[in-house]
Design a protein around this ligand. Sequence first.
Ligand SMILES: C[S@@+](CC[C@H](N)C(=O)[O-])C[C@H]1O[C@@H](n2cnc3c(N)ncnc32)[C@H](O)[C@@H]1O
Length: 885
Amino acid sequence: MSRRTTPLQDAINHILARRDKNSMLEIKFINSVKGRGIFTLANFKQGDFVVEYRGELIDATEAEHRRNLYPSACSVFMFEFIWKQKTLCIDGALEDGSFGRLVNDEHRTPNCRMKLIEAEGKPHLCLFALKEIAAGSEITYDYGGKEWPWRKKCTIHRLVFESVKLDKCGICHSPLTAIRWHGLRCKQCRCVWHKICLQTSSEDWDMSDGDVSSDEEYIPNSASDSESSGTELSIELPGPSKNSHAASMPDLCVTFAEKEQTMDVKNNFEHILNDLETTDDLHPDQEPDSSESCQQKTKDACSEKSTVDISQNESPTKSTKLIKSTVNFCFACGKPQTKFARHLETHVNENAEVAQVLQLPKSSKDRKVHLERLRNLGNFKHNSAVKTTGSGCLKVKRISKKSSSSAETYEYCLYCKGMISRKEVSRHMKRCALRPENNAEEKLKDRVFGIASTQSTMSQPISSELYSVLGKMHKDDVSSAIRNDHYIMQLAQSLFNKHGSDRSKHEYIRQKVRELGRLLVTLRHTTRIHNMEEAIKPANFFILTNAVKRVSGFDTETSTFKAPSLALKLGHSLRKISDIIMCRALMEEDQEAIDSIRRFHTLHETKWSELVSHSALSNLSEAKYNKVDSLPLTRDVQKLQLYLGQQVESAREKLGDNPTAGTYAALAKVILCQVILFNRRREGEVARMTVKNFEDRDMSKLNEDISSGLTEVEKRLCQQFARVELKGKKGRKVAVILTSDMTDNLSLLVSKRKECGVSENNMYLFAIPCSDGHYRGQFGQFADACGAEHPQNLRSTNLRKQIATISQVMNLKDNELDQLADFLGHDIRVHREYYRLPQSTIQLAKISKLLMAMEKGSVKDIQGKTLDEIGGMHGLYVVKSAWCL
Ligand SMILES: C[S@@+](CC[C@H](N)C(=O)[O-])C[C@H]1O[C@@H](n2cnc3c(N)ncnc32)[C@H](O)[C@@H]1O
């Protein structure tokens, strides 16, 4: 915020720009109960505008309708308030990446307050700082006077036994693992506990008789199963009787020096408490090793004296422990087991591998080796999950007495996947019982993967800039998988090295890695592959192609993909990852890895097309068959042109009279569309034009020799128009032509930047005030308002298609067509293929003449003629008579 901008103006600027203070705020995942929250990256002063609660503005009837439709998790985002005697609602249910909707409730010591602001005649909800807020604090405000579940101090815990993500137990406060785990949660206050902790503290708890759990082991004195699927129980805490909360309405006004429109805002977020439980969430565990005892085992294992707390890089707030104990994690069900071989018997009917191993004679060497392999496999899976979530206990084979007990000093054996201290791993691998025979003589290097691979000196270090680019992704399974996968991060770094300097490409980088992240999550859920390095192994090629098909929604019955382009993109990205692994292997002179990647490349080149890309490409081209023509009508285009011209005039006047962020925004948006329309340019190319591009425009006089080759009209046009060169698609140089009016208006816009709050650091010509971004050339609003017959067709892509298609009707010469294609920034091959080749109309109009002539038997009449020459009266007669037949 510039020094002269008041908080209200700052709010209005952000409202108009539809922008959050991205550089001052960030989204963080807090815990499974609270979910995400908004945290400050910089200090805010008392009274500062912090963030807008953005969403769709709807009336009370629509709000009521949506409340009935929405699941409770969505209706909690509906913020109702009264404005001009009307009840309105901002529906923030859509995950649109905005920050305001993620601010959590705090009724005792909130640091912000909600205010109603009017901008462009509409109400907006904005949060302002109630006090100084230091960087790193969570932004909170008082949601208002409802009995919010999280505010309650429960007198009766209504417990549900379910699969929860436990970050901290409500009693012992120790973290366990963020992966799903069976625990107890109160429906009322949503607190979560280890079952064992609840049991230990049971003497302090008074249990009611009526509503009890089937979970007898943990709830002493409980009666038979409750009706509610046998999974709920109520436990009464000693203390005051069940209290009710004063539903006080907070005062939502902040005092500003300037006159402003503020109103009390009543937050009517929907109650979600009672709807939270679904029967799907309830898992009474019937397995021989109950989850409680599993939990106990894990807890015991974690509390062994060899347990060491360490912090992981990715998630400094969470801790990871090393465990070395008799507990092993089952590869089939994921549960911790003390009697591993005996436990495997429970999987004998569903898992061929288990059946095979258990058939081997007891105490034979083979059986021991294979049991060890399965043990390590389960532990490896468990460790990968711990690594993914950033917290939990890593199961190691042996805790080294010599080396420090830090997770970073442990690596996996390439053969048995056991986790061993780095100092001992080479020695172990030489003797590992699972090492293949033909490797016996090979000189071993320290070839490890998983945690170790992130430390390879042959890998690129991941830059903090990349972390901040990726930090803008939603915090979910996918982003966590990305951060924890060495080779996805390496690919991200390589993309960042190429495109990072161009901020407009950051979203592209995020998209690329998210595609791979989704693939990795699918692999983790459906196979035993837990990282990209494993996925790229030739032996896993079929598994990999199946996973790609699954992510892209392949239907085996119809052989069609829901998202064929995703399948193709994944093919490219996997190839790039394999190239990165190859580079590392070449640098490390790791012949085995080099050979493995070569085999993968051969498979990719020969089999990928057969298994994935052929069908995906066919789906893509079939999707274009019989596609309704969406070319805009010329009269609609004219209406739009006229309308934009009028809008520019009035916006220009307003900006001249009253230079504010709002008037600046209005002019910037309308000129942007005007320039796109006039030039039939790609929206993004014009929108990204910089002030420097504009100022460097070609203003030189026309060269005399060149001008002699032009007609009078052409010469006049050259004098009146300016040409700006920009970076277009695939880095191609593209030009934008500006009329003298456009140049004047753009110059006015540039001259008013400072006054209207555009930051000096914002390099874009169509800059958004108080932001580092630019406006997008969105025609929608103008197309709707201009009175066009088919406003939906007035989009920049359709306008480009229109000029390209009309150019063939005009029968331009080849060189003219090439010049047009060059100006439009079309690849000439694409231009010829998609626009020059006959489209449906041209086929109907021209080829049909030939077909009709042949049908009529009048071939000799058309001898020596081109398609265009067939026609005139004779051609029409031929067509007409043929119709009559
Ligand atoms: C408007 S949303 C806020 C964003 C939410 N935390 C998320 O991750 O989507 C409101 C929801 O956040 C959670 N929440 C907000 N404030 C909370 C608090 N003080 N304690 C626990 N949960 C809270 C509740 O689940 C509530 O339904």
